[in-house]
Design a protein around this ligand. Structure first.
Ligand code: ASP
Length: 320
């Protein structure tokens, strides 16, 4: 099987054939999800625990639905911000849950690297549902599936990623994935919202929307991540919208068939014009949500297969 990973911690660790295998399987789950009866049994008998240490609407609902549609027993832990005091708290919680024999742990955490740390402590498959500003692999995979279905390919597309790149795990995971697929990536935003070291990322960088959007096949807008900002990064939201907010006028610089994406939650009138966000001829934002469920089903299905295989081999070793 092309997909060898035992955890889904980031796009960084995935090889292009693993990404393709996951997207191919996700395509079949899109079809299943469009039927009236949406059940499959890839996770039957398995236990999935969702631990969200940071607020989430789409991602948590999507993982829950994905697990239930594949027959898993799904438990959502309400992780209060107050239980987040020290690194030990996370590990202690993980060890407690691990003792209950989960098979899949879905974790979102405000600290970059926390999910990787946790994965070393448990003996089940761990999926990163977003860690700080580090990675959000299922978001990049659902974005890739959306693009691939709309554009017929991922290779050699020009993708403009606009806005708060510095604080965005969505941007990071997308840049890694699209880079592996040889897309041409342009980052657009004010210099204050560009990460340090961006010059070494192999992408084009500009603070001019007209220049950055020119001929783009895909325009991906990002939310201003105020919760990760510790100072003033923009003069005002009004000024920001004027220079970097996507509206029909700025979009006219892109390819005439360019699609508009946003991972949500959106700030209408800040990074994107509300009318454009709702324009079903240009915006694929709702489709991204649909693809999210299918991609999470595919990711958990593939990890569960590898988990079963690894446990089967371990059991054979024990028997010998
Ligand atoms: N929902 C995405 C994330 O969790 C994007 C965002 O919050 O702006 O990173």
């Amino acid at each position: 099987m092309a997909f060898r990973a035992t955890h889904l911690l980031g796009i960084e660790h995935l090889a292009p054939p693993e990404i393709t295998a996951l997207l191919d399987l996700a395509d079949t789950y899109v079809d299943l999800n469009r039927r009236t009866v949406k059940h499959a049994n890839a996770l039957a008998g398995m236990t999935q625990i969702n631990m969200f240490f940071e607020a989430s609407t789409r991602t948590q609902a999507s993982f829950e639905l994905a697990g239930k549609r594949l027959g898993a027993d799904v438990m959502n832990m309400a992780m209060q911000a107050s239980s987040l005091k020290k690194g030990e708290t996370l590990i202690d919680t993980a060890l407690t849950l691990n003792a209950m024999h989960p098979d899949l742990l879905v974790v979102r955490h405000p600290h970059s690297g926390a999910v990787n740390l946790l994965a070393q402590k448990v003996n089940c498959a761990v999926l990163n549902a977003g860690d700080g500003r580090h990675e959000h692999p299922t978001q990049a995979l659902l974005d890739a599936l959306t693009i691939r279905r709309r554009k017929g390919r991922l290779h050699r597309l020009t993708v403009a990623i606009c806005g708060d790149i510095a604080h965005s795990r969505v941007a990071r995971s997308n840049i890694l994935l699209l880079g592996k697929m040889e897309a041409r990536i342009r980052l657009i935003g004010p210099p204050t919202l560009m990460p340090s070291g961006v010059a070494d990322w192999g992408v084009e960088v500009t603070d001019n929307m007209a220049e950055g959007l020119k001929g783009a096949d895909v325009v991906m807008m990002l939310r201003l991540q105020k919760e990760r900002m510790d100072g003033a990064f923009i003069p005002s939201e009004r000024e920001y919208f004027h220079r970097f907010g996507l509206d029909a006028e700025k979009l006219a610089h892109a390819h005439p068939e360019a699609i508009v994406m946003h991972p949500g939650p959106m700030n209408r009138g800040v990074e994107i014009d509300g009318t454009l966000a709702d324009d079903i001829n240009r915006s694929v934002i709702q489709e991204q949500v649909e693809m999210g469920v299918a991609v999470r089903m595919a990711a958990m299905d593939l990890l569960a297969r590898n988990l079963r295989a690894a446990r089967g081999m371990a059991a054979m070793g024990e028997g010998a």
